[in-house]
Design a protein around this ligand. Sequence first.
Ligand code: KIV
Length: 278
Amino acid sequence: MSTETVTSSSTTAAKRVTTQTLLAMRDEETPIAMLTAYDYTSARLLDEAGVDVLLVGDSASNVMAGHETTLPITLDQMIYHAQCVVRGVQRALVVVDLPFGAYQGSSREALRSAIRVMKETGAHAVKLEGGATVLESVKRILEAGIPVMGHLGLTPQSIYKFGTYRVRARDNDEADSIRRDLKRLAKAGVFGVVLEKIPSELAVELTQSVDIPTIGIGAGVGCSGQVLVTHDLLGLTKDFNPRFVRHYADLGEAVVDAVGRYVEDVRLGAFPSEAESY
Ligand code: KIV
């Protein structure tokens, strides 16, 4: 390969987003765009569209597998989804959720799970839910050199403890507990924290209280960035309509329409045509 080729390909290659990039974006007040991804084809498209962080979320349990909660998905299944996503990405930072049951037992179990994710997928970071209760695990994973993202507010892996998906931290006690957890996580060295379904005012206060990025979902515009489940944004999950979701497309309807026309053509013998045959 000539020097010229090397130079030209390296100048056109997308610059990788790292945890340092996200910290710089936060400092420059450039909002961070994060979305979920679970498969190669979607990850390629989302990366091409300029998403900064792709989260291989345990919401795969809902949107990919059809479960009611995020609890059933396994570490092996998360690793499979993460491997698919990593193969489709050139620029975005890929963060993988440690699923329920893969880190709550002990910090040793948490580290083992995080190491499996990093070794077997090529992803760049892990995310886990909770504050004080997972702090020892967070520290142990960080000590191993693995970047960690936190997740506070509504933490779906604890849905049976909460009992509902309603907005969290409307009362002072819970808001205080989140304030303390965020400080603990930031002090431990996480590179960012997802804040899910909390009042906007609290999210602004929390964001200003630490020097790491906060990424909101249902937490208002005052966070350092936003995350949504991609299937919600694209209108593929029409039965799920919380007010924090904005539908940027109606792919659900587009798919039903396209497939309906295909079925009709097959029935009529109108597909394939001669030009589409050998
Ligand atoms: O699993 C997921 O999709 C998430 C986002 C809601 C942040 O954790």
